[in-house]
Design a protein around this ligand. Structure first.
Ligand code: GDD
Ligand code: MN
Length: 370
């Protein structure tokens, strides 16, 4: 038995599986292979069964029916834990994940990190996807990262190397995702448990043989991601963020009234409108500063040391929010002829979401550890 294990879930991969196993074997990676087959009608399970008879590095787990990618992985990883493997890979059967990267990933692997074969970092590529599939994946990845705060660039990646320490820390029985969202759920758990997510670029090549099973997965996965998001502390963070926003609308108003009174006293003869504008500008600065401080201390509990940089980012995000606010209001009232109040609510909501997610994932993101 080797130290590590490559777990490959399969459903109807008869054109691929034997060739892939052979290719991996030729790479001489110090890993055994476990194929988790959901009783493929095309006989994939039987093909692997036959190979495993003559090769004790190849194993197959037969399951009774197609129960989803996530369930297959859970069964595979549990099997690997019982046998005592040190590192476990997740890998597709269809050659989309380059077996030539296995060694690199293994070299990068440590007990406190998950290594990701990444499509969305510099050097990573996707070959063979049409624009529609690409946009889908890119969008899913973007939304996932925003909603869950996953720090990896490729949050939906399927090609990964986990240390067994991770599986000892997490409870595989409580995994929600039966299907593709499993990939995301694992990364979120790893990150929350304090594991580093380390990415190495790969070229993802669309399958040549067989069919993708991703149809119908998008809706299911979106549901899981949403559930995970609500459970996260980010939900509470969002409430706090909204409270800070509302409070500072009040602060803005109070500061405006105050400045207006003071300036009227100070510059008695000046144009009244000019005084108002000046007061408004000052109250903006006060309320922006106060919401920055409240969000830093209370909402996000930021420990970043570069406060100047962080404050600048906050300002940039706020200006972006202002643009979104104006744009949404313009389209809602000017284009779609909504009532002003609906336009206002819509615009505020859109800007709040933007401000929250970008601030959380960018402005107040913890400093990268060296
Ligand atoms: N046992 C089992 N049961 N295996 C399954 C099931 C299932 O219900 N569904 C899919 N698989 C296997 C496939 O046979 C293949 O080996 C692997 O899981 C990936 O399935 P594909 O259908 O080829 O996935 P894809 O190419 O559309 O999606 C890839 O990219 C996604 C991100 O864009 C995968 O790498 C995903 O994991 C990844 O999230
Ligand atoms: Mn595939």
């Amino acid at each position: 038995m080797k130290q590590n294990l490559i777990v490959i879930p399969t459903f109807n991969e008869k054109e691929n599986i034997a060739r892939l196993i052979e290719a991996i074997e030729n790479e001489k990676v110090p890993s055994d292979i476990l194929v988790v087959d959901d009783n493929s009608p095309d006989g994939t399970g039987k093909i692997v069964e036959k190979i495993s008879k003559n090769n004790n590095a190849i194993h197959v787990l037969h399951r009774t029916e197609k129960a989803g990618l996530g369930r297959a992985y859970v069964a595979g990883f549990k099997w690997g834990m019982e046998k005592g493997y040190k590192k476990m890979f997740s890998m597709d059967a269809d050659f989309s994940h380059p077996y030539t990267a296995l060694k690199t990933m293994l070299n990068l692997s440590k007990s406190d990190r998950v290594v990701i074969g990444s499509r969305y970092i510099k050097g990573g590529k996707i070959v063979g996807w049409n624009w529609y599939r690409y946009l889908n994946s890119w969008g899913a990845n973007f939304v996932t990262r925003m909603l869950l705060g996953i720090k990896a660039k490729d949050a939906t990646a399927g090609f990964k190397c986990y240390p067994v320490e991770f599986f000892k820390k997490t409870n595989l029985d409580t995994v929600q995702a039966a299907g593709y969202a499993f990939q995301v759920e694992m990364l979120l758990r790893a990150q929350d448990a304090g594991f580093k997510l380390v990415e190495t670029p790969i070229t993802f090549t669309d399958r040549v043989a067989g069919e993708s099973k991703i149809q119908g997965e998008l809706k299911k996965s979106a549901k899981v991601v949403f559930n995970l998001a609500v459970k996260k502390e980010s939900y509470r963070q969002f409430i706090k963020f909204a409270i800070v926003g509302a409070t500072n609308t009040g602060v803005d108003w109070a500061a405006y009234v105050l400045f207006n009174t003071i300036f009227k006293q100070m510059f008695g003869g000046m144009n009244l409108q000019l005084i108002k504008q000046l007061a408004k500008a000052c109250s903006f600065v006060v309320s922006a500063a106060s919401s920055y401080v409240m969000n830093r201390k209370w909402t996000f509990r930021s420990k970043n040391t570069q406060i100047g940089k962080e404050a600048l980012k906050f300002l940039i995000v706020s200006l972006g929010g202002l643009v979104i606010n104006q744009t949404v209001f313009y389209f809602a009232t000017g284009h779609f002829h909504f009532r002003d109040i609906f336009g206002l609510v819509l615009a505020t909501a859109a800007a709040t979401f933007w401000n929250f997610f970008i601030n959380r994932s960018w402005t107040f993101k913890p400093d990268a550890k060296k």
